[in-house]
Design a protein around this ligand. Structure first.
Ligand SMILES: C[S@@+](CC[C@H](N)C(=O)[O-])C[C@H]1O[C@@H](n2cnc3c(N)ncnc32)[C@H](O)[C@@H]1O
Length: 201
């Protein structure tokens, strides 16, 4: 119940709450601004999202990016998103576990990419089901840092930093930093507005 209330708070808190508690949350309506801000600052035109859900973030950023890949594990949600984006030729909705499927898509990418890693179990979300892993985050990070695009200047943003408590497949932020360090010293890992940033130092 507390986790559910935290989710509601994280998704819908008004902006004045963010000002009071800047490290706790960024509401859903504002999150796409963090993505666009980083994309514009770094001139990145390729976007990879894990966890499409209803496609609201995908939709909000779709006008900016040349190419978007969005992954969703739940079939009904994939079908809804494929219908929603049928007319948007720059969006590809991919069905499957992003911890597994990401490695099949990255070879198609030859530019720096912004990642929005948001594919995880969300209690109380319509249609979202519980799968074996609450979060594929470790597989996703290891896939990115061993892939063909590992030497590009990618920006990795992970939603819901509060989940990173060392349980249910979530590393702590320090553990996450050590995972990244295994592959590269080029990136900083820090939390801002309840988003984990993994960005070139
Ligand atoms: C918090 S919602 C995503 C919200 C969406 N990114 C947005 O900004 O509106 C999490 C979604 O991740 C999906 N999901 C859970 N585990 C996944 C996995 N291993 N691979 C891909 N998607 C997953 C869930 O079905 C759910 O739709």
């Amino acid at each position: 119940m507390i986790k559910f209330l935290k989710k509601i708070y994280a998704k819908f808190a008004p902006f004045w709450i963010i000002r009071l508690f800047p490290n706790r949350t960024a509401p859903a309506l504002k999150r796409f601004n963090f993505i666009l801000m980083e994309a514009k600052k770094n001139n990145i035109k390729t976007f990879v999202e894990t966890g499409t859900y209803l496609g609201n973030t995908t939709d909000a950023v779709s006008g900016y990016f040349d190419k978007i890949y969005t992954f969703e594990i739940t079939k009904e949600l994939v079908e809804m998103a494929q219908k929603r984006f049928a007319d948007k030729k720059n969006i590809e909705v991919i069905h499957g576990d992003s911890g597994v499927e990401l490695k099949n898509i990255l070879p198609k990418i030859d530019k720096s990419t912004i990642f929005w890693l948001d594919g995880h179990y969300s209690e109380g979300f319509v249609h979202a089901k519980k799968y074996d892993l609450d979060t594929p985050i470790i597989n996703e990070i290891e896939t990115i840092f061993t892939s063909n695009i590992k030497d590009f200047n990618n920006i990795i943003l992970i939603d819901d930093a509060f989940e990173f408590d060392g349980t249910r497949g979530y590393p702590t932020i320090d553990e996450l930093r050590n995972i990244v360090k295994k592959y590269t010293d080029r990136y900083d890992v820090f939390v801002k507005y309840d988003i984990v940033y993994i960005i070139p130092a």
